[in-house]
Design a protein around this ligand. Sequence first.
Ligand SMILES: Cc1ncc(COP(=O)(O)O)c(C=O)c1O
Length: 323
Amino acid sequence: MALSEASISTALRCAENISVIPPLTGAVGNTPMVDISALLNKPGVRLLAKLEGSNPGGSVKDRPALYMIEKAEESGELTHDKIILEPTSGNTGIAIAMIGAAKGYRVKLVMPGCVSTERRGILEAYGAEVVLSPGCQMTDGAIRLAHKILAEEPDKYYMPNQYSNPNNPLSHYETTGPEILTQTAGEIDAFVAGMGTSGTLMGLSRFFADHAPHVQVVGVEPGLGHKIQGLKNMHEAIVPAIYDEKLLAAKLLVLDDEAYEMSRRLALELGIFVGMSSGAAVAGALRVANDMEQGTIVVLLPDRGDRYLSTNLFRSSCAECPP
Ligand SMILES: Cc1ncc(COP(=O)(O)O)c(C=O)c1O
């Protein structure tokens, strides 16, 4: 049967599209935004959530990992004879392991023994080597051990060092910020995110200062001795070199119970299955909403809930399961 002119031109258009489909690294970013105003009882206030768990590595950390690796390739700091070495509580490690596999680099990650078993399993699936630091020292123990490994054989490794690498906040300045402004059509009054390396908050503070200076950027900090993976309380941890508190309009303290409870509500009431740092960020965003008569708040949800199934995050409502 002869093909019609219309079907030939459709086939040609498809072929053109196929020729521009990028490799995996091209799928980082452009994450969805959804309306979660149903959590509020305030008709004038809109609460929008940016779902960073939709990145190919499952978290917001795909963005800085890709930027740090590609900028190091461009500068010549990273070559294929080097091993990428990084201390990480998990998500950056997963992002680096994924991008390392996609680009053909060997990857060694130092992480606290207390991080969830899912995260370790994922890293091993990507072929990364995992070195465990003492769990009770959280990320600071991993940072110290990674620097010791680097100091012993500096020529063998390239360390992105997300805590001091300006390409971590730059990735948010150049990708997350423009996406948020486009998705909200510029209608945004406040941005809320949790504080880990602070790359998200620092990059977006600078982006909004340059492009929409009325936007209030609010950081959510966990309590002392917290269990919220990915976040840092700056009073008990090594303060990241990229962190500048002056760039934030406000800082809110959210405790574990409130963060965990909010993660459960997001799954049960809205079908949004996310980790505890997302719960913390949304709990902070609700406080910002309480102080607002009208306007739009965007909150960043860093990863998905399946990364925490071995923890008690989604279990405490079950009477038969020990916490
Ligand atoms: C689950 C999770 N939430 C929040 C953050 C904090 O993001 P940032 O490092 O940009 O402050 C991280 C960072 O690793 C994370 O893994």
